[in-house]
Design a protein around this ligand. Sequence first.
Ligand SMILES: C[S@@+](CC[C@H](N)C(=O)[O-])C[C@H]1O[C@@H](n2cnc3c(N)ncnc32)[C@H](O)[C@@H]1O
Length: 212
Amino acid sequence: MKNWVEWHAAYDDPSSGLTRRLAHVRRRVLTALRQAPSGEIRLISMCAGQGLDVFGALAEFDRAADVVGRLVELDPANVAAARAQAVPGIEVVEGDASVTSAYYPADVVLACGVFGNVPDEDVHRTVSLLPMLCREGATVVWTRHHEAPDLTPTIRKWFAEAGFEELGFDTEPGYWYSVGTHRLVGKPLPFEDRKMFEFLGQPFDGRRSPKS
Ligand SMILES: C[S@@+](CC[C@H](N)C(=O)[O-])C[C@H]1O[C@@H](n2cnc3c(N)ncnc32)[C@H](O)[C@@H]1O
């Protein structure tokens, strides 16, 4: 089993792919927050780790007090690290992120560091079920490496089939990461209690050096 606390150490290196990916995720989350109508904004993050993406975006958001959020993470040490940064309105739940019942429908949904760690068919199921976790017009920010075999073209197709339009797809030459941003244009799905994925924690190592 991978040590998911150590995994976060790559965020301390400004040149790592993970740090560069984080900048895109924060920017996409912040943009989604800024575009939200006035009033309460709901945010959820699955397999949230230490929540660096959410807390980084919120630190720059002038309506942070409007955000009600739930980060779901299994590793107690990562939960503690996330709670240490927590801001009012944001709860960090120690629990299983793989089931729809862990969440409420939200305006901003993060699935970062998930799709590279679950079987392809579970990525498909999760994307198909995401409209249950979305309020109307919600934005989903997700990540996946694009090492061969590159699943990202298929994931983008699955998002389209699930009723999302693509707002962005961020990659960088020489780096392994991709950040997808999709907005739900179809209707949210009625909520059902469903298992979305089995988190395997393999095979990709986020600390790998960028590819040449
Ligand atoms: C690749 S990391 C991503 C962390 C964070 N989203 C990020 O991008 O920085 C995956 C995280 O998922 C957590 N995790 C693994 N299985 C989980 C599960 N079933 N429910 C909740 N969290 C889980 C791990 O502890 C780890 O912190």
